[in-house]
Ligand binder design. Structure first.
Ligand SMILES: [Zn+2]
Length: 264
């Protein structure tokens, strides 16, 4: 059986000297395919088996793994391979999407579309890649059902105003009153993280607002670093997502002390 599908490459593994096994994310979920001879420079598949390439792929499916027989590029996303910082983020984005997608045909179109838009935003570089990464993390939490209602206290349900606190063991934000009550009782939260007033609404917008409706994001460095801390804990503790590529991205951000301060 031969079929065409729109897809983005989210994983590649060399197989022998000249073949590549690609994992494709399609609107119906992931599928692995063998790209025979794709590592030969003259191969017509060579340009389509690199990470983050978006194309229309033709797969001949027998029993077992299908063979990639043809492809037509939609967007090669070249900046995501040519710039080393973007390449590290792109690998991290792929690892996250792999963790929240099902195999074809059980997958979700939303996962495909949100990921496609995440890569487009990362390629465009209209804001620091660290900001795009935080938006993508907030959306991944939603996709895996580990995103709380960031704008309301997880204990009393009040809309958060001043002095919100992130409590890892509760997996969400609590209001100033609930935090104060906990501090006075013997059941205080030793792991609570006090965050700036803007943090809950930033998290809410990153998670809930569609990519195309999120305008240029300008955050104070401190706000962005608190958003990063909350997302990291939430992904690790409630999503089980502690990825190798994230460690690499973290080290890179620390090394270059990436300027994420877009003004006020
Ligand atoms: Zn409360």
């Amino acid at each position: 059986m031969l079929y065409n599908t729109e897809a983005i490459v989210i994983r590649t593994v060399s197989y022998g000297e000249s073949h590549v096994i690609v994992t494709l994310l399609t609107p119906q979920g992931t599928v692995a395919a063998m790209a025979r001879g794709a590592k030969r420079p003259q191969s017509r598949l060579a340009g389509g088996v690199q990470l983050c390439v978006h194309g229309i792929y033709t797969i001949s499916q027998g029993r077992g793994m299908g063979n990639l027989s043809q492809l037509e590029l939609v967007d090669a996303h070249r900046p995501l391979r040519e710039r080393i910082d973007l390449a590290a983020y792109a690998a991290y984005f792929c690892e996250l999407v792999a963790a929240c997608s099902e195999e074809r045909p059980g997958g979700s179109r939303v996962v495909f579309e949100w990921f496609r838009d995440a890569l487009a935003r990362l390629s465009r570089s209209s804001e620091p890649p660290a900001v795009v990464a935080r938006i993508w993390e907030a959306k991944v939490l939603r996709l895996i059902g580990a995103s709380p209602d960031w704008q309301h206290c997880v204990q009393c349900g009040a809309r958060l105003a001043s002095r919100p606190v992130y409590v890892p063991r509760l997996g969400g934000m609590v209001c100033g009153e609930c935090a104060a009550a906990a501090e006075q009782s013997r059941f205080g939260w030793t792991d609570a993280v006090r965050v700036a007033r803007a943090v809950p609404s930033v998290l809410y917008q990153f998670a809930a607002v569609p990519w195309e409706k999120i305008g240029a994001v300008q955050l104070r460095g401190e706000t962005l670093s608190q958003v990063a801390t909350v997302l990291r804990i939430q992904l690790r503790d409630f999503g089980g997502l502690s990825t190798k590529s994230r460690d690499f991205v973290d080290r890179m951000e620390a090394l270059f002390d990436i300027d994420t301060d877009g003004g006020s």
